[in-house]
Design a protein around this ligand. Structure first.
Ligand SMILES: Nc1ncnc2c1ncn2[C@@H]1O[C@H](COP(=O)(O)OP(=O)(O)OP(=O)(O)O)[C@@H](O)[C@H]1O
Length: 266
């Protein structure tokens, strides 16, 4: 389940507060994302959605409150350690290294490769070369899952934005994390690309599959994929529950209209 409960939560925040410069980006947010569930995290521009994901993945320091992963306090743990603990992440702006190929970008997200000594590959040690081969195979597998195997050896710079976004998704999937935080995975995609990504994400919702938390402005996508939704507004939790109920609540509709955000309102 998603909400304020504590049972079987993959991710839970307790009174999470984040101040960035002069902005109070997240305000006493208590949310939980149940293990194996697919949840939406929605709200108008500037509501604090990316900041909340950044706190959970260790990229932004918490000002007050706590984050828990699988019941263990994870506040303040470094991002690479959280990745090794099974947190995967995609980024709003794809954030690929433009000079690297699609496959190499995916390998960068593969914490298993780093752990098994990919860095030693530069020294041409046989074990490291084997590890690199395995990492490349995993990267190609992840690219295949998002329909991009044919682009594996093109540099990110050569790829259109919609394709870069899917490379970013492959990077989040490659080490098969237990929990995947997706920051606007559909932004900038064409309708058919969106449908492909929805299919990929729907394919992850199997028994024993990962927990998915999806920040998304496209409410059709939220309705298609998510069993629960958390609505943030001005950094605070405004509503929690099933999308068909929550997205029709007057305060949620008002929050979107109030931000002059009509095209994105639920
Ligand atoms: N590095 C930063 N320094 C100062 N303020 C920031 C920083 N990053 C984000 N903010 C501010 O924090 C607030 C929350 O931003 P955040 O990006 O988390 O919102 P969001 O809900 O993800 O928005 P969007 O849907 O537009 O991506 C905004 O007011 C934003 O301007």
């Amino acid at each position: 389940m998603t909400g304020n409960g504590t049972a079987a939560a993959a991710v839970r925040t307790q009174g999470l507060d984040v101040r960035l410069g002069g902005t109070h980006a997240v305000r006493e947010a208590t949310v939980s994302f149940g293990e194996g569930t697919t949840s939406g995290l929605v709200g108008p521009n500037g509501a604090g959605k990316s900041t909340l994901l950044n706190c959970v993945s260790g990229l932004v320091p918490v000002s007050a409150g706590q984050v828990f992963l699988y019941g263990e306090r994870s506040t303040g743990i470094k991002p690479h350690r959280l990745a090794a603990m099974g947190i995967g992440r995609s980024y709003q702006g794809a954030q690929l290294v433009m000079e690297l190929t699609a496959a190499e970008n995916v390998m960068v997200g593969d914490h298993l490769a780093v752990r098994t000594g990919l860095l030693g590959a530069g020294l041409s040690l046989p074990g490291a070369r084997r590890a690199e081969r395995r990492a490349r195979e995993r990267a190609l597998g992840a690219l295949e899952r998002v329909g991009l195997r044919q682009h594996a050896d093109r540099t990110a710079r050569e790829l259109p934005y919609g394709v870069q976004k899917r490379v970013d998704l492959a990077r989040a999937l490659v080490s098969e994390p237990r929990c995947i935080l997706l920051d606007e995975p559909m932004a900038g995609l064409s309708r058919s690309e969106k449908e492909e990504v929805v299919e990929v994400l729907a394919g992850l919702r199997v028994e024993g599959g990962p927990t998915l938390v999806i920040v998304e402005h496209d409410m059709r996508v939220i309705n298609q994929l998510c069993s629960d939704v958390v609505v943030l507004n001005a950094g605070a939790v405004l509503a929690v529950g099933p999308p068909d109920v929550v997205l029709n609540r007057p305060e949620v509709v008002d929050a979107y209209i109030g931000r002059d955000n009509e095209q994105e309102r639920p």
